[in-house]
Write a protein that binds this ligand. Structure first.
Ligand SMILES: [Zn+2]
Length: 329
């Protein structure tokens, strides 16, 4: 791996944990982070599954895509387990996922990070947002918001409507359009008014994905996020949060979503490739085909490790997928 090691838990260009005292305790005085994507030759990618069920075809596609993208650039590839929601975490699932990655030859660098052990970091980021006036308490129930087409109507922006436990939302600038160049999807522009104020800590105290992922990507020095297009819209919130926390924005590349037919999610039977022990090579071949890499005939029956070696060399040459969705044959 050609990239120089970074000191762990150090944020490039910023550190939200040490806010300087501004005129109103604000973050105004802190230096601007470097421009998005300005990482020089460093590449650090990651795969960040939630241990709520076995890795399915879509998550394996994201794992293989991010792995190949990192390795083909001589980069590091990290694994982070997004296990913040105790109600959804399945016991033993994270270990099973790691064993599956190993069976596929997707060997990660460094130690696996578990979000459930990092909640103090999310708390510090949330406090920094609060001090800078970026958050508000929201007492709306899911039912009260169920009629909304999109976003959040701003009901509690002036204060929660009820006392008691509240969620905490990040206040977006509804006049803002967050634009970024997605390496696979091209120019993306997301109207923040349509996305709405996003929950960063739930009413039950669980930190929300959007906050945790931003903090972890920054603390782990992630330069490149390769993931499924189901998270494309979330990128708007994540970039807005990075700006509010003065964190550098990584490069994004969203892989197409896998669909059964136009508009249809994958059926259960199609979601999981066969993963019998020793058969990972066969499943990997079909995943590589989805990624536009058709292995030559002599690689039929090859081990996962051999296939990944070939695929890593081929990845750089392949045309970028520009579809938002892939419909399985
Ligand atoms: Zn509310």
């Amino acid at each position: 791996m050609a990239t120089g090691p970074r000191s762990p838990e150090k944020i490039a260009g910023s550190d939200f944990r040490q806010p300087k005292a501004g005129p109103e305790g604000s973050a105004q005085d802190r230096p601007e982070p470097p421009p998005p994507g300005d990482f020089g030759p460093i590449y650090i990618g990651r795969f960040a599954p939630s241990p709520t069920g076995s890795l399915h075809l879509g998550s394996l596609l994201a794992a293989v895509g991010s792995f190949l993208d990192a390795r083909s650039r001589g980069g590091r590839w990290l694994v982070r387990i997004e296990d913040l929601d105790p109600a959804r975490v399945v016991a033993g699932c994270a270990d099973e996922m790691l064993r599956t990655l190993e069976a596929f030859g997707l060997l990660w660098d460094g130690e696996v990070k578990y979000q459930s052990r990092r909640t103090h970091l999310y708390g510090e980021a949330l406090e920094s947002l609060r001090v800078a006036g970026h958050t508000f308490e929201c007492s709306c129930s899911r039912r009260e918001l169920s009629g909304e087409d999109s976003g959040y109507p701003g009901t509690c922006r002036g204060g929660p409507r009820r006392s008691g436990d509240s969620a905490i939302r990040f206040r977006v600038d509804e006049t803002e359009t967050v634009a970024f160049e997605d390496r696979f999807q091209g120019e993306i522009a997301l109207a923040m008014g349509k996305l709405g104020d996003v929950i960063v800590r739930r009413r039950d105290g669980v930190f929300a994905y959007q906050l945790a992922v931003v903090v972890d990507d920054a603390l782990q020095g992630i330069t490149d996020v390769v993931r499924g297009a189901d998270l494309l819209e979330s990128t708007g919130w994540q970039i807005a949060l990075q700006r509010a926390l003065r964190l550098q924005t990584p490069r994004y590349a969203h892989l197409p979503l896998l669909l059964e037919r136009a508009g249809d999610k994958l059926s259960k039977s199609r979601r999981s490739p066969a993963l019998e022990p020793g058969r990972a090579g066969v499943a990997l071949l079909s995943i590589l085909r989805l990624l536009g890499l058709s292995a030559p005939a002599q690689l039929e029956g090859a081990t996962a490790g051999t296939l990944l070696e070939w695929a890593t060399a081929s990845w750089r040459e392949r045309p970028l997928p520009l579809a938002r969705e892939w419909i399985l044959p």
